[in-house]
Design a protein around this ligand. Sequence first.
Ligand code: HSE
Length: 433
Amino acid sequence: MTEMTPLRIGICGVGTVGLATISILQNQLSLLAARCGRELSVTHVGARRDHSDHLYGDAKISRDVMDVARDPDVDVVVELIGGTTVAHELVKLAIEQGKHVVTANKALIAEHGNQLLALAEASGVHLCFEAAVAGGIPVIKSLREALAGNVVSEVAGIINGTGNFILTEMSNKGRAFEDVLSEAQSLGYAEADPTFDIDGTDAAHKLVILASLAFGVPLSIDAPAKEGIQNITPEDLDYAKALGYRVKHLGIARRSGSRIEMRVHPTLIPESKQLAGVDGVLNAIMLKADAVGELLLVGPGAGGAATASSVCSDIIDIARECGPGTRPLGIPVAELNAVSVIPWEEVSSEWYLRLHVTDRPGVMSDITQKLAARGISIESLVQKAAKEGDTDVPIVILTHAVPASLISDAVEAVVALEEVQPDLALIRVEAFD
Ligand code: HSE
């Protein structure tokens, strides 16, 4: 079994995921050796700071992570630094040095993936990124390998654990946004800069990678339309619930004729759909494909050990010499086919519109006329009770499917009415029928 030389691993970045990866590699030494047919040995750790309480066994320690990429005693560089500056330089250098690379860095792959993958392909090394999307869920392998016989038509998922944790706690326990965010940070779910979790950037990076794998398109960081969860209020979470929906932040990539839709945004989902019940830090990715039909992959989308599970799976593939080689995105980079993305304004859906209006006779009719004048049909309209001491009443409208351009125009006209307050919520509804 150990006739082959050990696979020598250099870990760069010893945050939550780095430490959890080292811990799996150290604690499961003999099991992993049996599974790989060779030993996995951490020979070098790149850590920018001194961590006297971290145990790295016999591994060399360097302050400059580039030393790990240049080390002749390293076969695989594991990049767990994050960001797109030092991490980019490191991955490029590692590939140029003939090392395989494993990374959990979605921003890096979404932004520089086309070039880095082409470079890896030309250098004959593996560049793996299972941990970059949905933490512990093996969605990259599922799309690239398990579903390779299918034509995928849609990928829709909850792909930011922090955001899902925040929405779930706000909705189920009435907790304040900031309070839940602090907890997500202390649990190691949130990004170093949690703005990316909140404003949809993190989910957009992951969607770019999923869309590339699903549809064979180049990685295109600017392709998804993006809305975050920062404007979701407890009030809207409650109203959605009362109407039989849950609000989830989704990434959606869908084939539509010869074009694709790509968007991340809060979404009302009927509570009967499995996605609607995926709570807390869990992620879930629904895949629709011609042969298999509909699949839902659910699991922890963030956190040290769960993400390290995916990092280790890539390391094990490389040790077994069955890494993705020239096809980390399913097909070689040069064969990816650019298709145009449908602009946000053109994408149709049903809509949830919540307004605050002065409770005066005729106001409802004024609002519905503005919608009717644009051919927008109302599915339901509910007037909620005013809060104590409030002169305005909330109104919640669900529309039939119309493009964003049409509903935005109607909302502009509605808000121009004297009785309608500027504070409103406009959220897409997806039934996923
Ligand atoms: N901050 C990310 C999340 C970590 O909350 O999903 C995993 O990518």
